[in-house]
Each structure stands twice: as C-alpha cells, then as structure tokens.
Design a protein around this ligand. Structure first.
Ligand code: FAD
Ligand code: NAD
Length: 475
C-alpha cells in the first residue's frame, strides 16, 4: 500500500468522508484516517453523526414517536389498543443495526470510490506528513500534497457535574439507556436536550429540563420558540428557564443536583442526568509543533471563508471549524474543499444552512428570523399559515404549528422561512432552494404545490405575506 497520497483526510465523519469521496471522484489519490472506537472496542467510520449523533437519535425519535402516537393518537382514528408495551432492548437493537449498516456503508463507498481507509489516530506533522497510530500502538508515516482536518467535536463537560458514564451521561450515553429512567434530568434545553428529552419523556420518564438562559430556543424565530415551548410542556417536559446548575452529588437514592433560579437555590434528585450544554471542537493531539495551523481561543481550527487554514495546502472542515455544528454544513464544506483542491470552483452558502430539530412537532428554519431581520434594519413583511388550516395536516392528525415567511417589504426577497409542524425538516428543503436562488415571495406564490400536501402551507404563507392567502382570512 502506498504511503503517499494527493489528499489525506483526518477524520471520517460527515465532513471528512464526503471530502475523501469527492477528492477521489476528482481523480486524486486519497486516504481517510479515522479513530472512532465504539464501547465494545470495534471501530467504525461515520464519526459522531453516524455512531452517536444524528442517526441513532433519529432512530430512537422514530420509535418513541410511534409509541407515543399509538398511545395518544390512535383512538382518534377509531383504533383501540388494549395494551401497548415497549421492549427497550429491541428498540435499542434496531437502532444499533441501523447505525452498523450506515457506518459499514461508508467503507463500501470508499471501496467503490477508491479511497484508502486507515483506522487509527492521525497527527499532522510539519511538511504535510501525517503520523497514524493504530489501536495497537503501531505507527506509520504518510505523505500528502494536501491535508484536510475533519476531527469533529466532543460534548462540553459541566464543571461540578462529572460524567460517570452510568448515571451522569453525555448525549452518547443518553442514546444507550437500557431502561426507561424514572426521574430524568436534562441539563440544557438546546437541540440535544429537546430531542433526547423527548425520546425518554415519550416513554414515560419524569423529565426535568434545566436551561441556564431565561429565553427558550433563542436561535429560533420568537413565534416558533413560543409555540415550541407550549408543545414541549404539553408533552410533559418540565422545562425550567433561568436555571443554572452548580453541582451534583451521588446520594443513596440518586443523583442530587443543585441549581439556582430566580427563586434562589434549589436541589432535586434524579436517577439519570444528561448533560447537553453544547459541544466543543476536538483537536486533541491533532497537530504537532510547527504545522502552521492556528487554533482560536475556543479551540476551533482557524480557517477563512473557503476552509483554508493559514498553512499552505492544509484545510479544515466540519465541527472543528467555526459555524453551526451540523452534519450537512460539514458535508458541504468537505465537498467544497475537495473540489478546490482539484482546482474546481466551489462555494458554501453559509446564509442558506437549514436547522432542524427532530421533535414533535418538528422545527426547521433557514435564513433570518423576524427579529434578526428587523434588528438588521430591514423593512419586513411576514406571512404565516397554520397547519390547522391544511387539509393534509388535519388528515394526518398533525394540525399543530405553522409556516412563517419573513421577506423584505420593498424587494419581496425571502429573508427567512420558519416552520414548526409535521415534517418540517422535509418541508424546509423547498425553503432552502428558494433562498439559494434568492427567490421572492412572488416566486413561491406562482409555484404550483400539489394538493393536498403539507407543502401548501409554505405556498399559503408566501401568499399571506401579501395578504392574498386563499385558505385563511387575511388580516
Ligand atoms: P465528527 O462527526 O465528530 O467526526 C469526526 C471524526 O474524526 C470522528 O470519528 C473522530 O473519532 C475522528 N477523529 C478525531 N480526531 C482524530 C484524529 N486525530 N485522527 C483520526 N480520527 C480522528 N447534526 C445534524 O446535522 N443533524 C442531526 O440530526 C444531528 N443530530 C445530532 C445528535 C446528537 C446526539 C449529536 C451529538 C450530534 C448531532 N448532530 C446533528 C451534529 C453532528 O453529529 C455533527 O455536526 C457532525 O457529526 C460533525 O461532523 P464532523 O465530521 O465535523 O465531526
Ligand atoms: P446547544 O448549544 O444546542 O444547547 C445547549 C444549551 O445548554 C443552550 O441552550 C445553553 O444555554 C444551555 N446551557 C449551557 N450551559 C448550561 C448550564 N450550565 N446549565 C443549564 N443550561 C446550560 O447544544 P447541544 O444541544 O448540546 O448540541 C450540540 C450541537 O450538536 C449543537 O450545535 C447542534 O447544532 C448539534 N446537534 C444538532 C442536531 C440537529 O441538527 N437536529 C441534533 C443534536 C445536536
């Protein structure tokens, strides 16, 4: 096997593996090094996303949503279930099988694209040399013309609340519970807290969510956050805002967690605690002295708008660089870098990166919120359409939520689209396309949407922005 490659990618997650595949498609010789090790000691490509993030969380969200709907919705369809029970072990087995299938798929993709995989820890040395250390300690030196750093991120620890892997866990641990916790605490009402809190709440865990900020989901449009909070509370998530956790202690009857809120010091006891207060870049042992690659104060690899580090022919993509920590953002950067290395044009449109929270109702948005647009001095017009007025949503027993368009009142350009409701994560694709092509509200208004579909809500929201909606009164 050659030790010399046109491109070496360090990290085989959703930023690294697409970079490797695209570089190979561009007729470059490519190696991809990955160090992911599962709890059982097995190794797998796919990074956080496939092994302990996007995919296993969505598998559990799907299972638990079905369970919840069977309990709470089937009756409305005239279906009576005498008794429904859940086999947690089987639910977890299904999740594990999905993860295994997806991660093994990457190796097949590498094979067909001609990417050489290396399992082990990669370390960049000066002179575009990369040292790979296998699990057995064996070392190997590789030489590259270009190196792409894609080492990802790791959960942020919370001082005073130490992970023990059993009762106090990170998001990976929370995906592996073998039984439904009776009393569950989630620290952080961010994306992970809400998704994984929903998973275990739907199965019956008494779930408290402590969020340090006073504002719920501050990154979402305010109307969406407000609607979301109402639904999460209806599900039974006991979300407490302005609650700062200071310490935890193992007691006989569980984990005692202390926090302060507006009322002063509080303390509660839980069986399981999930710490989900954000993630930080993972760059441990990635760079030897003298590579010329700089890290910023928070540990992110410093890059420009094209993912170039300050060092020649060294690039960095995904969670280890600035920007939202999302798999599709990393993928886009990885592919763009591989094209640039091959001398092709590439560009990542950071203004059109969709965000999705896979809860029920689902939440998705792209572009500016109404508040951001106004704060930026834009004269905006807004159109909203509730799913309660959508025939398809009603037929699906999913009339909660709405679709909202924020547009420039003068130019008609769409500035942002915000959806809370059924299949929001799928519906947002049309919004992203609209923004990618700098569409106006009129463009969406003149686009025919099939009836009856959920996507009509987007069409009607665009019409509502000009007070020309058909299926709701215009105010
Ligand atoms: P990673 O996926 O972290 O991959 C980096 C890889 O590099 C890892 O395999 C790591 O072991 C390896 N590595 C690190 N250092 C070295 C080294 N020195 N040598 C060799 N290998 C190394 N995002 C979404 O867009 N949608 C979702 O639904 C979603 N759900 C999530 C759910 C959870 C519970 C979590 C935790 C995250 C979720 N994310 C989601 C975020 C998503 O997982 C990340 O944005 C994404 O994985 C980042 O990709 P990456 O390739 O940059 O890094
Ligand atoms: P997050 O940044 O989304 O949320 C963390 C929350 O914890 C914030 O609301 C923050 O105010 C709160 N917090 C911080 N310190 C706290 C403290 N001491 N006590 C109480 N609350 C505290 O981070 P996350 O939920 O951990 O997710 C990490 C990353 O993973 C995110 O960037 C997200 O983009 C990504 N992710 C994406 C998806 C998705 O796309 N569906 C799913 C999961 C994770």
């Amino acid at each position: 096997m050659s030790d010399s490659f046109d491109v070496i990618v360090i990290g085989g997650g959703p930023a690294g593996y697409p970079a490797a595949i695209r570089a190979a498609q561009n007729k470059l010789s490519v190696a991809c090094i990955d160090a992911w090790t599962n709890r059982d000691g097995s190794t797998a490509f796919g990074g956080t996303c496939l092994n302990a993030g996007c995919i296993p969380s969505k598998a559990l969200l799907e299972s638990t949503e079905l369970y919840h709907r069977a309990q709470h919705e089937f009756a409305a369809h005239g279906m009576k279930l005498e008794r429904i029970s859940l086999d947690v072990a089987l639910m977890q087995k299904r999740k594990t099988a999905i993860v295994k299938g997806m991660t093994q798929g990457i190796l097949s993709l590498f094979k067909s694209a001609g990417v050489t995989p290396f399992t082990g820890r990669g370390r960049l040395l000066p002179g575009l040399e990369v040292e790979v250390t296998g699990a057995d300690g064996a070392r190997r030196m590789l030489q590259a013309k270009h190196v792409v750093l894609a080492s990802g991120s790791e959960p942020m620890p919370l001082r005073g609340v130490d992970f023990d892997g059993k009762q106090v866990v990170d998001s990976w641990g929370a995906l592996e519970f073998e039984a439904i916790p009776k009393r569950l605490l989630v620290i952080g009402a961010g994306v992970i807290g809400l998704e994984l809190g929903s998973v275990w709440r739907r199965l019956g865990a008494e779930t408290v969510v402590l969020e340090a900020l006073e504002q719920f989901l501050p990154m979402a449009d305010a109307a969406v956050s407000k609607e979301a909070l109402r639904h999460f509370r209806k599900l039974g998530l006991d979300i407490r805002l302005g609650a700062k956790v200071s310490a935890s202690k193992m007691e006989k009857d569980g984990v005692q967690v202390s926090y302060t809120d507006a009322k002063g010091g509080q303390s509660l006891v839980f069986d399981r605690v999930i710490v989900a207060i954000g993630r930080r870049p993972y760059t441990k042992d990635l760079l030897a002295e003298g590579t010329g690659v700089a890290l910023d104060a928070r540990g992110f690899v410093e890059v420009d708008d094209h993912c170039r580090t300050g060092a020649e022919n060294i690039w960095a993509v995904g969670d280890c660089v600035r920007g939202p920590m999302l798999a599709h953002k990393g993928k886009e950067e990885g592919v763009a870098v591989a094209d640039q290395i091959a001398g092709l044009y590439a560009h990542v449109n950071y203004k059109a990166i969709p965000s999705v929270i896979y809860t029920a109702p689902e939440i998705a948005w792209v572009g500016l919120t109404e508040e951001q647009a106004k704060a930026g001095g834009r004269n905006v017009k807004v159109g909203s359409f509730p799913f309660a007025a959508s025939g398809r949503a009603r037929a699906m027993e999913a009339g909660a939520g709405f679709c909202k368009i924020v547009a420039d009142a003068g130019s008609d350009e769409i500035l942002g689209i915000h959806i809370i409701g059924p299949m929001a994560g799928e519906l947002i694709a049309e919004a992203v396309l609209a923004m990618e092509y700098s569409a106006s509200c009129e463009d969406l208004q003149r686009t025919i949407h099939a009836h009856p579909t959920l996507s009509e809500a987007l069409h009607e929201a665009a019409l509502a922005a000009d007070k020309r909606a058909i299926d709701i009164p215009n105010r």
